[in-house]
Design a protein around this ligand. Structure first.
Ligand code: CA
Length: 229
């Protein structure tokens, strides 16, 4: 099931058409599915609909700058973001702002370097190695799909396991249902929101048998779900 993952989708946010095309070519050649947008206002709606695997986000954009876009994305999304800036001195400032970007690239860059960074970020964010201890008394073994809470085994289906693993990797982050679908099924299949809800319901029920309250997986009205340990 895990091996059958398709090409991840990369969103390029870049208002210089030549640069966007260059990145598109290189990332497509590297085996990614690429979509480009040029306007700051287009990013959030596109991400909400498509849940890309990673975003290359230019800082200077028409409409809404990359910093504002990054902040808005982080309010609902854990999608990996690589910020792109034309000024090397910007990077320190960006790091200081703690926007929640995963990496920074300075212009001018070599497209090869960008591809290498994209690969590195995606690799870093892959499911953790076996037996990684997680917050709140959970322990997940990603190789055997075993989980426990406070030392008691949790009998989870693979889908429930991946859900829990996603939440624990980013405590407090709100995941939309479409993002959860993406982590559950690596092939972007069409799954209704209600399917996600019912998996969450079952996962909560199993957690509650070990720890009756409070509910660690919370609903966030109109947005999705988050983990709060
Ligand atoms: Ca720009």
């Amino acid at each position: 099931m895990l091996q059958a993952s398709p090409s991840p989708a990369i969103l390029i946010v870049e208002d210089e058409p030549k640069l966007a095309r260059l990145l598109d070519d290189y990332l497509t050649q590297a085996g990614y599915v690429v979509h480009c947008v040029a306007h700051g206002f287009e990013v959030v709606p596109w991400v909400q609909q498509h849940a890309p695997a990673l975003i290359l986000l230019d800082l200077m954009l028409p409409g809404k700058d990359g910093m504002a876009v990054c902040r808005e994305l982080r309010a609902f999304s854990a999608v990996p973001i690589i910020m792109v800036t034309a000024r090397v001195e910007e990077i320190d400032r960006l790091l200081g702002l703690e926007l929640g970007a995963d990496d920074y690239i300075c212009k001018p860059f070599s497209p090869r370097e960008v591809v290498a960074r994209v690969k590195a970020v995606l690799r870093r964010l892959q499911p953790q190695s076996p037996s990684a201890a997680s917050p709140g008394g959970f322990v997940l073994d990603a190789q055997r799909y075993c989980a426990s809470l406070d030392g008691c085994p949790l009998e989870l289906t693979p889908v429930e396991f991946r859900l829990l693993s996603t939440f624990l990797t980013h405590p407090g982050w709100v995941f939309s249902r479409s993002q959860l679908v993406e982590t559950l099924y690596a092939d972007f299949r069409v799954v209704s929101d209600r399917t996600v809800d019912s998996h969450i319901k079952n996962l909560r029920k199993k957690i509650r048998t070990i720890r009756p309250e409070p509910d660690v997986i919370r609903s966030v009205y109109g947005l999705g779900y988050k983990y709060e340990g």
